[in-house]
Design a protein around this ligand. Structure first.
Ligand code: UD1
Length: 388
């Protein structure tokens, strides 16, 4: 079929974990002749090492649209994105909006796109199904994940975004089941696999050629990587104090490297905990790292302790043991099939010790975590836009 008008697609980038999710899709879409994807950065993350570094590592162009909303309370941040993105939508009138993951910007953009009404006639290049919609089709990538813990802001964002999106692109079978349980129509759910793995595969040779650990004087296979940023772990003085004490003890057995998220840094300073960590010769702290440096560190590590979602998946794929410092996960497949294990702070030291004395258990990589997720999504978009 000859396409007269190109399908206009907004890819919503916003915060650190999402840059890795939009990059492979951007690169796959740019190669087609039926769309020119547009990267919309909401500005939720704005520090150079939380944002620009990822654009450089992932070979992404500067975002064509930047809403520059910055930090704020949940309501403030969500509302600012909504107000700014509504104006952008009315001006730019994309045919498709792709939101990824579970951050505040994900929900904010999906909510605006679901209620917008374009003033002019619909785009004639668009499929019949959406021709009269006068609003963009919304795709949610990484749909269906559930921690079943509504005290997490991300869980609210996931549930609400899935409820209003038109196409739900899932990474694993558990996500499909969750969506069906919530009454989502089966024909909206398409399992495409895990897009984070595409980013790893796109950059595998660079990741494997870097030996970042050597810059810290660390030996491959003989150090631990720590990342922490969840409010439940880092906003509470008592909890963060216990975590720091456990990390100080663990570092006597195995050196550890700890790239510190801005939220965590602020709280370590506020609670007077940063000094001790800085003085510990076995703990190497750093600013947040770019994608290639960080994944290279993980690839060569013995073990990872984290509360991140994406790292549970990446360690599963690379085969590095992961202790997730949370009492639940929206990514249970990383426990059932991968290298992940949940852990509470009071068990952290003991669990690290027992893992260090054990051989790594054999694990398998979940189905469709194969570096080809972006290709599958391109086919879904083409199909849903009536182009094949
Ligand atoms: C957000 C996401 C979380 C994701 C995480 C990855 C939500 C609800 N949370 O949490 O799901 O796992 O990003 O990092 O959307 N800050 C800076 N510079 C920046 C960004 C943030 O200094 O570039 C500081 C600000 O003080 C801000 C705080 O970090 O108030 C928290 O940032 P925010 O985006 O609100 O939430 P995150 O904790 O990063």
């Amino acid at each position: 079929m000859e396409v007269a008008i190109k399908i206009k697609i907004h890819l919503i980038a916003a915060a650190r974990p999402n840059f890795m999710k939009i990059a492979p899709l951007y690169h796959a879409l740019v190669k087609t002749d039926w769309t020119n994807p547009i990267i919309v950065h909401t500005g939720q993350h704005y520090d150079a090492n939380m944002s620009e570094a990822f654009f450089a590592d992932l070979n992404l162009p500067s975002p064509q649209i930047n809403l520059e909303i910055g930090s704020g309370s949940h309501a403030e941040q969500t509302a600012k994105v909504m107000m700014a993105y509504e104006k952008t939508l009315l001006r730019d009138k994309p045919d498709v909006v792709i939101v990824v993951g579970d951050v505040n910007s994900t929900l904010a953009c999906a909510l605006v796109a679901s209620k917008i009404t374009y003033p002019e006639d619909p785009d004639p290049a668009f499929s019949e199904q959406y021709q009269n919609a006068r609003r963009p089709m919304i795709l949610h990538l990484e749909a269906g994940l559930r921690s079943f813990d509504r005290s997490m802001p991300e869980e609210i964002n996931r549930i609400a975004t899935d409820a209003i999106s038109d196409v739900l692109l899932t990474p694993s079978p558990d996500a499909d089941v969750n969506l069906l349980h919530e009454g989502i129509a089966e024909d909206k759910i398409i399992r495409v696999g895990n897009i984070m793995i595409d980013s790893f595969e796109l950059l595998r040779s660079k990741i494997e050629s870097l030996r970042i650990h050597e810059k810290f004087g660390l030996e491959a296979g003989n150090y631990l990587v720590v990342t922490l940023h969840r409010p439940a772990n880092v906003d509470d003085r008592e909890k963060l104090t216990k975590i720091c004490s456990a990390l100080n003890h663990i570092s006597e057995k195995l050196p550890l490297i700890f790239p510190i998220h801005p939220r965590t840094k602020k709280n370590l300073e506020k609670f007077g905990l940063l000094g001790e960590i800085e003085r510990n010769k076995h703990i190497f702290i750093s600013e947040p790292m770019g994608y290639i440096n960080f994944i290279s560190l993980v690839t060569n590590s013995r073990l990872v302790v984290t509360d991140s979602g994406g790292i549970q998946e990446e360690t599963t794929y690379i085969g590095i043991p992961c202790l997730t410092l949370r009492n639940n996960t929206e990514r249970p497949i990383t426990i059932e099939q991968g290298t992940n294990q949940l852990c509470e702070v009071h068990d952290l030291e003991k669990t690290v010790e027992s893992l260090l004395s054990r051989k790594n258990r054999s694990t398998k990589c979940p189905e469709l975590w194969d570096g080809k997720t972006a290709e599958r999504i391109v086919e879904v978009i083409k199909n849903r836009c009536g182009l094949n």
